[in-house]
Design a protein around this ligand. Structure first.
Ligand code: HMG
Ligand code: MG
Length: 298
């Protein structure tokens, strides 16, 4: 049973651009965000309040939120790994924040410099402060099927971390296949374990397309009752702490697939393609999206 509607969480300006070698200035990022919103995306992860020494590409996040003209009905979100990040996000009126944990200890250490348990100690004041201000918090779990340092990850480990984020107060848990190694079999097994402790309507899926499995994994998730999908325009990016991981599944490819199945995402594919070409030209590279390449060649 497939859903009739799917919500797309556009992570290109954050997950995409955080891992592009070429730095994009705040004005071009804002132009990209505006084009994405104009294409009908209603949730855009627009920045990340992390250490600029760790992720220099996100150093413009305050400037972006300061200069951005927000459109009604659109959520402009950002990552906030600790109170320092949360305070910085609040000072520029970020609409919604996300904390990001991992199902793998080694990845947690490499990515946010602490263990899974320590990460919860950093996250819980963030969630508390956010909820007291009426700010919603999204929770990510990375390495939900595989870890670049530990290999296969047990579905139960993912379920455990996801449940703790839910209990902490996150309204939605985004399950990240950070290195794109999942297949419908491993993704299904992982979702079965997570759905036993987190309701499907509070889950999202976040696939990187390293092994070309993202669309089929999304289809698997949709058929298991998940209706929120993270993706990045032009298939941008990757994760700086997951060597060799390619970008997120391209939003263009997701929208094309949903359109073909008669599932409403509210996104105008033509305008989305324009947004993808805009940022790809700034990066001097071709969009990773197959749909985008096919349509541009026309
Ligand atoms: P730390 O070293 O443990 O933190 O880093 P600390 O509190 O000890 O502070 C160390 C230094 O960082 C200090 O500066 C702090 O001021 C500064 P110094 O005194 O050395 O000059 N600092 C900060 N600066 C700006 N904003 C902050 C902040 N916090 C501390 N919020 C920290 C901890 C998390 C900050 C660090 O490890 C970091 O920035 N990591 C980067 C993590 C990251 O952005 N990863 C990519 C995003 S996650 C992802 O892509 C996966 C996802 O897409 C899902 C998936 O695909 O699986 C979400
Ligand atoms: Mg990611």
């Amino acid at each position: 049973q497939l859903p009739k509607k799917v919500k797309i969480v556009e992570v290109g300006p954050r997950d995409g651009l955080q891992n592009e070698k070429q730095l994009i200035d705040a004005n071009n990022k804002i132009a990209l965000i505006n084009k994405l919103v104009d294409a009908g995306l209603t949730y855009v992860e627009s920045g990340s309040f992390v250490s600029p020494k760790w992720v220099p590409q996100m150093a413009t996040s305050s400037e972006i939120f300061e200069k951005l003209t927000k459109h009604k009905g659109v959520t402009y979100a950002a990552l906030t790994p600790n109170m320092k990040g949360f305070d910085a996000a609040m000072s520029v009126n970020v609409d919604e924040v996300a904390i990001f944990g991992a199902a793998s200890q080694s990845f947690s250490q490499k990515n946010i410099n602490c263990s899974i348990e320590e990460s919860r100690e950093r996250f819980s004041p963030v969630v508390e402060a956010a909820l007291s201000k009426g700010i919603k918090v999204r929770g990510y779990v990375s390495c939900v099927v595989g870890c670049p340092y530990e290999g296969d990850i047990a579905p139960e480990a993912v379920a455990n971390v996801a449940k703790k984020l839910l209990d902490m107060g996150c309204y939605e848990i985004s399950l990240g296949d950070t290195i794109g190694v999942g297949t419908p079999a491993s993704v299904s097994a992982m979702l079965d374990a997570v759905k036993a402790v987190v309701p499907a309507n509070q889950l999202a899926v976040h696939f990187h397309d390293t092994y070309g499995q993202a669309l089929t994994n999304i289809y698997t998730a949709l058929s298991q009752g998940i209706t929120v999908v993270d993706s990045a325009v032009a298939g941008l990016g990757g994760c700086p702490y997951a060597k060799g991981a390619s970008g997120n599944v391209a939003t263009e490819d997701v929208v094309y697939m949903l359109n073909g199945m008669g599932i409403d995402s509210g996104v105008d594919l033509d305008k989305l393609l324009e947004a993808g070409w805009f940022i790809s030209d700034k990066l001097n590279q071709a969009p990773v999206s197959k749909v985008s390449q096919a349509m541009r060649a026309k």
